[in-house]
Design a protein around this ligand. Structure first.
Ligand SMILES: Cc1cc2nc3c(=O)[nH]c(=O)nc-3n(C[C@H](O)[C@H](O)[C@H](O)COP(=O)(O)O)c2cc1C
Length: 312
C-alpha cells in the first residue's frame, strides 16, 4: 500500500469518525483517514447509500473498513465498494471485540478461526486487486492469547498490503496497556515485506514520535486522543503544543456541528455530536460550568448558540 513512511493516521472510531469529522481532521494534519467498520452483509442488503460509506474528496487518502465472516460476502461487498466508491484502500477489521460483532465470528472473532481469517483476507484482497485498490488488515494480538506471528503469516500469505496492529488481546478490550514491544517485534519479523502501522495508547503528540522511535513502525494511527485533542496531528507535524483552551475547543465544535448539520441534517447532528463534546471537554478545568448546558441543549439551534457563547 502506498503509505508514505511517517504518516500519522486518524483511526476508525465508530460513532465519531464520520465524514465531517474526517474532513476537519484532514485539515488539522491527519495524513490519512479511515471509516469505521461497515458490515459486508449490510452493504449487500442495502447497497452503498448508508452515510457510513459516504465521503468527500477532502478526506482522501481514505480507507474503507469492512467486517464480516463470510468470504464470499466480503468479496462481493468489497468489489462493489471498490468499483463504485474507489477508496484509496480497503481494510479488513480483525480487531473489534464488541459482542455484536465478535460473537458472530467477525471482527476480532476471526482471530479464533485462522482458516476463515485467511479466506476472508484473501477474498477482500482479490476484490481490491480487481480494481487496483490495496487491502490492509487491522488486528489485535489474538483473541485470548498472543498469536501475532501466526496471524501476520496468514495475512502476508493472503496478500495484504499493510498491517495495523493495536497490541492488546481482544478479551482485554481497552484494559491494561498497548504492548508497543509487539509492534516492534512485528516490524522486526515482517517490516521488510510489509508496512506495519502502530496503534494504541498514543496520548500526546510526543507519544507519536516515541511510537515511531521505539518500534520502527512505518506509520502511526491515533484514535481516542484525537477526540480529546483534534490538534494532535498538527502538534506532531509542528513539534509544538497548540492552543487548546475552551474558546478554541468551542470554535472547533461549532465548525464540526455546522458540517454535521449539512451532512446528517441538523436534528441528527445536534444529538450525534454530544458524545464527542463529552470527549472534547473531558478534563478541561471549569467544564462543570458549561458542559451540562451543552449536553442538555434541546436542539441544533440552541446548541449552536450555546457554543457561540462559549467561543466568544
Ligand atoms: C469508540 C471507539 C470506536 C472504535 N471503532 C473502531 C472501528 O470501527 N474499527 C476499528 O478497527 N477499530 C475501532 N476502534 C479501535 C481504534 O481504532 C484503536 O485501534 C484503539 O482505540 C486503540 O488506539 P488508541 O489508543 O489511539 O485509541 C474503536 C475504538 C473506540 C474507543
Amino acid at each position: 500500500m502506498d503509505f508514505r513512511p511517517g504518516e500519522v493516521i486518524l483511526a476508525p472510531l465508530a460513532g465519531y469518525t464520520h465524514s465531517p469529522f474526517r474532513k476537519l481532521l484532514r485539515r488539522l494534519g491527519a495524513d490519512r483517514t479511515w471509516t469505521e467498520l461497515v458490515s459486508a452483509d449490510m452493504i449487500l442488503r442495502k447497497g452503498l447509500s448508508d452515510p457510513l460509506l459516504r465521503f468527500t474528496p477532502e478526506e482522501r487518502p481514505l480507507v474503507i473498513q469492512l467486517f464480516g465472516n463470510d468470504p464470499e460476502k466480503i468479496y462481493r461487498a468489497g468489489e462493489l465498494v471498490a468499483q463504485e466508491l474507489k477508496p484509496d484502500g480497503l481494510d479488513l477489521n480483525l480487531g473489534c471485540s464488541v459482542r455484536k460483532v465478535a460473537s458472530r465470528g467477525a471482527g476480532a472473532g476471526l482471530l479464533r478461526d485462522l482458516a476463515r481469517l485467511s479466506a476472508c483476507a484473501e477474498a477482500l484482497v482479490s476484490a481490491g486487486k480487481a480494481h487496483g485498490i490495496p487491502v490492509s488488515a487491522k488486528i489485535r494480538l489474538g483473541w485470548d492469547r498472543d498469536i501475532l506471528g501466526k496471524i501476520a503469516e496468514r495475512l502476508l500469505a493472503a496478500g495484504v498490503s499493510a498491517i495495523v496492529l493495536h497490541p492488546r488481546l481482544a478479551v482485554e478490550g481497552f484494559s491494561g496497556r498497548a504492548r508497543w514491544e509487539r509492534i516492534r517485534d512485528l516490524v522486526t519479523l515482517f517490516g521488510r515485506e510489509i508496512p506495519v502501522i502502530g496503534n494504541g495508547d498514543v496520548l500526546t503528540w510526543r507519544d507519536i514520535g516515541r511510537l515511531f522511535q521505539e518500534t520502527g513502525c512505518h506509520a502511526v494511527m491515533v484514535g481516542r486522543a484525537a477526540l480529546k485533542n483534534p490538534w494532535i496531528f498538527e502538534e506532531y507535524h509542528k513539534k509544538q503544543p497548540l492552543p487548546k483552551d475552551v474558546t478554541a475547543r468551542a470554535a472547533f465544535a461549532l465548525e464540526l456541528l455546522e458540517e454535521m448539520g449539512v451532512f446528517f441534517r441538523p436534528e441528527t447532528a445536534g444529538k450525534k455530536i454530544k458524545a464527542f463534546l463529552a470527549q472534547l471537554f473531558k478534563g478541561i478545568p471549569g467544564k462543570r460550568t458549561f458542559l451540562p448546558d451543552l449536553l442538555t441543549a434541546p436542539d441544533y439551534r440552541s446548541l449552536t448558540s450555546r457554543l457561540k457563547k462559549l467561543r466568544s
